[in-house]
Design a protein around this ligand. Structure first.
Ligand SMILES: [Mn+2]
Length: 334
């Protein structure tokens, strides 16, 4: 009977988007990647729980991007963590951080946002783990997890738990690449909901300004010294860099997307990256032909950097692939 009543209360709670949060919660994202969604969702959940009178903290992270390092502050860490963190509130070993935390504060529950418990980078021990994740198509809503496909984990915090912290705009913007991909229309609805919960023009401007990274200045010289050509219609850019530096390669490859819809950047050591913003294009067959693979619109290959005829063939193959994919495209824009 007791179990039946408990089950009935759980069903009602779910219907009302409620959850019985623990008194002490440790909120963490996956060890990797530490991205805008994982840190913004972590911050939002911590602040929501604290406003509800609970104790909530997170652990240091393994890495931190300069564009995100303002989101989690010392206030989100338990005081016992402050002596072990390095620059950007990061640490090398999350197991050590967790064990240090347990010496002075033991959570009743660990909530993993934006990833699965296998990837948190430490062993939770006897502390129960609850997962909130938007990756994959699986749907699950029970005592251990809320899993649902969504533009970001932050969207699940809003939808299922009624957590509308303005910082979740960061979770949406970063995971949808500024509403360009990954369920962008659905994401716009969540963003609109945040504007009714404190997301002002000033805040959204501020978040976006903080998230913009400065370009690598050396990429200007790499561009100047590169062998760059375009397809006849100018829609496709092809660049061969003299340098093998991956930072410059990534920067130039990013720059080219401002000039053309499709781009191919060959690094000094023969590593090739393909990009396209055209939903009709699938780069994977080309990537496989050149020995690697990837995603439909971002993929990689490998060539012999000394072989000029191979480079020429790559350029022509890329032009042909794009022309072919565009010819057979059935995407409607209405
Ligand atoms: Mn995410």
């Amino acid at each position: 009977m007791k179990t039946l009543i408990k089950k009935a209360i759980q069903v009602l709670d779910r219907k009302l988007s409620r959850r019985h949060w623990a008194k002490r919660t440790l909120v963490v994202g996956p060890e990797q990647p530490v991205d805008g969604d994982s840190v913004a969702s972590t911050r939002a959940l911590i602040h929501y729980l604290r406003k509800s009178g609970k104790e909530a903290y997170t652990l240091p992270t393994r890495s931190m991007f300069r564009t995100l390092d303002w989101i989690l502050t010392e206030a989100e860490l338990h005081p016992s963590m402050l002596s072990i963190v390095g620059p950007g509130l990061t640490c090398d070993n999350l197991e050590v951080a967790y064990q240090t935390l347990l010496l002075s504060w033991v959570p009743d529950e660990i909530v993993v946002v934006d990833g699965r418990p296998e990837r948190i980078g430490f062993n939770p021990g006897a502390v129960p783990v609850y997962t909130i994740d938007h990756h994959g198509d699986e749907f699950r809503d029970d005592d251990e997890a809320y899993l649902k496909s969504a533009p970001s984990a932050g969207c699940l915090l809003m939808e299922r738990f009624g957590i509308y912290e303005p910082i979740l705009a960061v979770s949406i913007l970063t995971d949808t690449y500024w509403l360009r991909q990954n369920q962008p229309a659905r994401a716009a609805r969540y963003l609109a909901a945040l504007t009714e919960h404190g997301l002002t023009d000033e805040l959204l401007e501020y978040y976006q300004a903080r998230l913009i990274d400065h370009k690598e200045p050396r990429s200007l010289y790499a561009l100047k010294n590169a062998d760059i050509r375009f397809s006849e219609d100018g829609e496709l850019a092809f660049a061969v860099l003299a340098d093998a530096d991956p930072v410059l390669h990534r920067a130039v490859s990013g720059q080219l997307t401002y000039y053309s819809r499709h781009s191919c950047t060959v690094r000094g050591d023969g590593y090739v990256s393909f990009r396209s913003s055209d939903p009709c294009v699938d780069l994977r067959p080309l990537a496989r032909k050149y020995g690697k693979g990837g995603h439909p619109r971002q993929a990689a290959g490998q060539v012999d950097p000394g072989d000029r005829s191979c480079m020429e063939r790559l350029f022509q193959d890329f032009i042909e692939l794009v022309a072919d994919d565009r010819k057979h495209c059935s995407l409607k824009i209405a």
